[in-house]
Ligand binder design. Structure first.
Ligand code: G1P
Ligand code: ZN
Length: 543
């Protein structure tokens, strides 16, 4: 019998984090580890209408995992699985395909921006029929199931499905269609942006460089930027997906996209630079020798959305994750539309998008998107910016500076203390939490604390509440410090400290954020006694 039920015993570490279950590759290579989790997903969500979307960011172990999941989907009664050729699907493309094909959901294999390769990380997440990450009720149910699972179902004794070319196959009773991973997504992009206008601007001398970081966006960028928009092939950097991302860290920020940063700071810098991450949902936007913070990027996109065809009708509202700077709040206020503040993690935008309350949303962690999918979308942000540059016929820096003059500049920085002792990090948060009631009115150096709370969010659509989502310290002059522990790390704990302060005076909007925020930064360290609890006197990453 090719369909077999294999007895298993539970693993105790299969609780999905901010974006799915993420572990070392070696953990996923252990017998039954992936199988248990996939069976827990299927047991929890069922087969629905029987259609599933499947793909990953191409990292090490992607292909093996896809074969296993196909065998398990067939054994669990799915009718058909659409899988990206080469086993590839960017996270936003997977979201787009789930929606386009009205699938029951999708399984995305990715550890996002975490390094890949045999020593790197691997991850898996389930997205629901709306194309978005499963809500917490579902991920918690999957976790609960993983703790009592005693068997999984799989097809055995058949050949692997060839994933290279577009084709149809059968696996027991199930249809497997290997699809073009780019096509449907690229067409969606064409429907949102003015491709003619961008094409003309590129012909007219607008130069760009896009860094795919040897991750999944290479083929997407080649189809959209080069084939459809006519950018020269040299506009692409690291555009071939590799299982270990070329040994790099596919995280689009100033620290990891070094080559791109150097190009953008060089004498022949193009007008526009951008990068995306492992699974294609993050974006970094650069001008000539100019970095756009993701928080500012969201604010600029919101303020200029009327210039872009897909958003010309106006925005019902916008949203940002809690630690994201409040630059977009100022835009929303001016536009007279609501700005929602949600916990960290893309899934919290889902209900607001589904209910039509917002169209644009973003996170400080290089994530921006809209209601066209239910994930953040790196290339979408790149195209939005290109369309703005073409529409305004201005450079990145000029657009951002004009924005600051009009709305004020929200200086912003994030300090990460990575891989610290988990008990110490928890104790730090606990100690802060206990002191919250006494903080308002106290002075931190020069600055007075005006508010202090532990962020809890009640979803305005379904009424569900999420507590302990990070500690917010409000300072005078609209300053703010936020502390939270990462939900995506795989080793120890990571403490993230987010620091913000507003500068209205255009003459003082040109400073280095670390200097402009020096007072707030010192206050943040002292208040939480970071060195005492973590043993670290300085952050490991500053963005
Ligand atoms: C990080 C980011 C968060 C993002 C998530 C997934 O989570 O901070 O904004 O949604 O990655 O890309 P964290 O490690 O902070 O929990
Ligand atoms: Zn990602």
């Amino acid at each position: 019998m090719p369909i077999r039920t294999i007895p298993t015993t539970p693993f105790d570490d299969q609780r999905p984090g901010t974006s799915g279950l993420r572990k070392r590759v070696s953990r996923f290579q252990e017998p039954r580890y992936l199988e248990n989790f996939v069976q827990s997903i299927f047991d929890t969500v069922g087969t629905g209408n029987g259609r599933l979307i499947l793909g990953g960011d191409g990292r090490f172990h992607n292909r093996e995992a896809i074969q296993t999941i196909l065998r398990m989907a067939a054994a669990n009664g799915f009718r058909e699985v659409l899988v990206g050729a080469g086993g590839l699907l960017s996270t936003p493309a997977a979201s787009c395909l789930i929606r386009h094909h009205h699938a029951h959901g999708g399984i995305i294999l990715s550890a996002s921006h975490n390094p890949g390769g045999p020593e790197g990380d691997f991850g898996i997440k389930f997205n629901t029929a709306n194309g978005g990450p499963a809500p917490e009720t579902v991920t918690e149910a999957i976790y609960a199931r993983s703790k009592e699972i005693d068997a999984y179902r799989i097809v055995e004794g058949t050949d692997d499905i060839p994933l290279e070319r577009r084709a149809e196959h059968r696996l027991e009773g199930m249809r497997v269609e290997v699809i073009d991973p780019v096509e449907t997504y690229a067409t969606l992009m064409e429907s949102l942006f003015d491709f003619d206008r961008i094409r003309d601007a590129l012909k007219g001398g607008l130069s760009l460089r896009f860094d795919a970081m040897h991750a999944v966006t290479g083929p997407y960028a080649r189809e959209i930027l080069v084939r459809r928009l006519g950018a020269p092939e040299e506009s692409l950097l690291h555009a071939t997906p590799l299982p270990d991302f070329g040994g790099g860290h596919p995280d689009p920020n100033q620290a990891h996209a070094r080559e791109l940063m150097a190009i953008m700071q060089g004498a022949d810098a193009p007008a526009f630079g951008a990068a995306s991450d492992g699974d294609g949902d993050r974006n970094m936007i650069l001008g000539r020798n100019f970095f756009v913070t993701p928080s500012d990027s969201l604010a600029v996109l919101a303020a200029n959305a009327h210039l872009v065809p897909g958003y010309a009708d106006g925005l019902p509202g916008v949203a940002r994750s809690m630690p994201t700077s409040r630059a977009v709040d100022r835009v929303a206020e001016r536009m007279g539309i609501p700005c929602y503040e949600t916990p960290t993690g893309w899934k919290f935008f889902g209900n607001l998008l589904d209910a039509g309350r917002i169209r644009l949303c973003g996170e400080e962690s290089f994530g921006t998107s809209s209601d066209h999918v239910r994930e953040k979308d790196g290339l979408w942000a790149v195209l939005f910016w290109l369309d703005l540059l073409a529409a305004r016929n201005e450079g990145v820096e000029a657009i951002v500076r004009a924005h600051w003059r009009e709305y004020g500049r929200n200086y912003y920085t994030r300090h990460d203390y990575e891989g610290v002792d988990a008990d110490g990090a928890r104790a730090l948060m606990e100690a802060l939490r206990e002191r919250l009631p006494e903080l308002p009115g106290q002075r931190l150096g020069e600055l007075e604390v005006v508010s202090a709370d532990d962020f809890a969010y009640t979803d305005p659509v379904d009424g569900s509440t999420s507590r302990n989502q990070g500690i917010r310290i409000g300072l005078e002059r609209e300053g703010r410090i936020v502390y939270r522990l990462s939900g995506t790390g795989t080793v120890g704990a990571t403490l993230r400290v987010y620091i913000e302060g507003v500068e209205e005076d255009p003459a003082r909007q040109d400073r280095d954020p670390q200097q402009a925020l020096a007072g707030e930064i010192a206050a943040a360290r002292e208040l939480a006694r970071i060195e005492h609890f973590t043993g670290r006197s300085a952050p490991s990453v500053v963005t």
